[in-house]
Design a binder for this molecule. Structure first.
Ligand SMILES: Nc1ncnc2c1ncn2[C@@H]1O[C@H](COP(=O)(O)OP(=O)(O)OP(=O)(O)O)[C@@H](O)[C@H]1O
Length: 229
């Protein structure tokens, strides 16, 4: 699903590499937490998977494709198979909840009839059944994140990337969001989530990959946020 072979990434005018010689593989269907302190390279890792950035050294394969050899015009096709969720939700403020989710299907040219059927189904799945006509501003943070997850998932992506999805939410709301991501994972979607949320990582006991100053320093199945001795 994702393979990094000896990947290094430096940004222009930065002395320190954002990622150094990272090698790892994420298999289909896994749920993986990416942890590490601020600046350790988590977002850079996700940006490489999305081909928003390119490596300086090493290879990144996503869904079987070598991203260095993927032509620019094929990048949108790759991204359509990836769902993304962010800390700040990134909903379209002038569109209703239903329209926000529908938009993800419109841009890939899905027929209207299918969109009309699919949107309420996915809103039901995320626990927002009947809220199609609300505006994002009328929802709580947790509900807005559910809309963002519905939008990311409506296309049934092979891989869901989440960058601090619980970063703006209180602990109880975060637990609800994690249950939802877990359910999505159980449908077969691989989930890769960058997070600082120790409580969540410790509760879920999934695979944990830790970065420190751009290096992979830990890769543990059923891991916790910090080292356990
Ligand atoms: N667009 C950029 N231009 C230059 N340097 C960058 C850029 N993005 C990130 N960096 C640098 O790369 C390093 C890794 O940053 P990155 O954002 O990947 O870390 P992170 O683990 O996601 O941090 P956080 O938890 O704060 O989001 C940092 O030193 C950062 O300053």
């Amino acid at each position: 699903m994702i393979r990094f072979d000896n990947v290094s990434k430096s940004y222009p005018k930065q002395n320190r590499a954002a990622l150094r010689e990272v090698s790892l593989e994420v298999e289909r269907g896994e749920f993986v937490f990416l942890v590490g302190s601020s600046g350790s390279g988590k977002s850079t890792f996700l940006r490489l998977v999305l081909r928003e950035e390119r490596t300086n050294h090493g290879r990144v394969h996503v869904l079987g494709k070598d991203l260095a050899r993927l032509s620019n015009w094929k990048v949108p096709q790759l991204r359509r198979q990836l769902g993304t969720v962010f800390q700040d939700f990134r909903l379209l403020p002038n569109k209703t909840v239903g329209e926000n989710v529908a938009f993800a299907l419109e841009v890939i040219g899905k027929p209207r009839g299918q969109i009309r059927k699919t949107v309420p189904e996915v809103l039901d799945l995320v626990g927002l059944g009947g809220k199609d006509d609300r505006m994002p501003s009328e929802l709580s943070g947790g509900e807005q994140q559910r809309v963002a997850i519905a939008r990311a998932f409506v296309n049934r992506p092979m891989l869901l990337l989440a960058d601090e999805p619980t970063g703006n939410l209180d602990p109880q709301t975060s637990v609800g969001i994690m249950k939802l991501l877990d359910r999505i994972n159980r449908t077969g979607t691989t989930v890769l989530m960058a997070t600082h949320d120790q409580q969540i990582v410790d509760q879920m006991r999934k695979r944990v990959i830790e970065l420190e100053a751009g290096r992979l320093v830990r890769d543990q199945s059923r891991g916790v946020y910090g080292y356990q001795h």
